[in-house]
Design a protein around this ligand. Structure first.
Ligand SMILES: [Zn+2]
Length: 341
């Protein structure tokens, strides 16, 4: 369409989308996606020892917490309106099979009991993996030695299942297997049911890409692999069809909810999962996604609050019902100030 400037003629347009963008209230009225604090999950790193918050350098604003710090953290989250946490552990000692992952007095098991006492209504989700507990830093037990060593899928399943039962017995509402071993959801469901833990839900990391964005987490959880990498069990970020098969497999194995990770690099998969299953879908905005926004904001290159909230709304718009994010407590505060957001 062309028209001369200044002739006074008004072009007839089918779409005048700007009509509904005119005022904040109009924009609020037609907003399609809202993020609410009740959909946010705050990850927490629990460390063995006396306590004291220990800042995580690559994740400004995030700390490793001792058991003594947990009641205060639970109160802070409750005040912010965040009602769910995802727990990771930093044990005092590690071994080849990761036995700290299912120890009755393991660091996360103890943390769950402290949190449950501090806030009985808190949704406690416990990560299920071995990499934080193995001396070699891989997510399962090894078969072979030296250059031939690799993670033994089926031997690892038994240990992941044992960990899940132990975490559920400590009081976790949800267990979240993240090791990317084939069959892990079925193995965990069977073990939970056999132990009478039929009400413990499984949040399955259905498609977890081998991502560069996990870098800061490995500092936070001290879980970098001592050799090699995780590409023979985590997924190739290039593969979308394979991710959809992984989602289908976890649904078939009995997952109650599925998770995609990392979040922003996987928005197409969040949308694909939404179209594929009616189960609740979670997306994990991982450490590197958080660190990138923090670093740019610290340099004055991005507005921290605006960039964080825009990233969260994009994850929700793609189809996520649940967002795991290191911004959870902070974002919940921002959302209270802008409830129509
Ligand atoms: Zn792992």
């Amino acid at each position: 369409m062309s028209f001369a400037v200044g002739t006074g003629r008004t072009p007839r347009m089918a779409l005048r989308a700007r009509r509904l963008r005119r005022t904040p209230a109009l924009r609020g009225l037609v907003r399609e996606t809202r993020v609410h604090p009740s959909m946010l999950v705050q990850p927490l790193f629990i460390r063995a020892g006396a306590g004291g918050r220990e800042p995580i350098e690559a994740m400004p604003g995030q700390d490793r917490l001792g058991l003594a710090d947990l009641p205060g953290e639970a109160a802070r989250l409750r005040a912010a309106g965040v009602r769910a946490v995802l727990l990771f552990g930093l044990p005092a000692a590690k071994d080849a099979i990761g036995s700290g992952a299912w120890a009755i007095d393991g660091v996360v098991q103890e943390g769950i009991r402290v949190l449950r006492t501090a806030d009985p209504a808190l949704v406690i989700i416990a990560d299920v993996c071995l990499c934080e507990y193995t001396s070699h830093g891989h997510c399962g037990v090894l078969a072979g030695a030296g250059d031939d060593a690799s993670v033994d899928n089926d031997a690892s399943l038994e240990l992941l299942a044992r960990s899940a039962v132990s975490l559920a017995e400590a009081g976790a509402d949800v267990v979240a297997p993240s090791a990317m071993m084939d069959g892990q959801v079925a193995a965990i469901r069977e073990a939970l049911d056999e132990a009478g833990l039929t009400q413990t839900a499984i949040l399955a990391y259905a498609a977890k890409h081998a991502s560069a964005f996990y870098g800061p987490f490995r500092e936070a959880a001290d879980s970098a692999p001592a050799f090699g990498d995780r590409r023979n069990y985590q997924m190739d970020p290039a593969n979308g069809r394979e991710a959809r098969r992984e989602i289908d497999a976890d649904v078939a194995e009995g997952a109650d909810m599925i998770m995609l990770k990392p979040a922003l690099p996987s928005l197409d998969l969040v949308a694909a999962a939404r179209a594929r299953t009616d189960l609740p879908i979670a997306a994990y905005q991982v450490s590197g996604e958080y660190a990138a926004i923090c670093a740019a904001a610290a340099n004055g290159w991005l507005d921290r609050r605006a960039a964080a909230l825009e990233s969260l709304v994009a994850i929700a718009r793609a189809g996520a019902d649940i967002i795991v994010t290191y911004f959870a407590a902070e974002a919940a505060g921002w959302l209270r100030e802008e409830p129509g957001r």
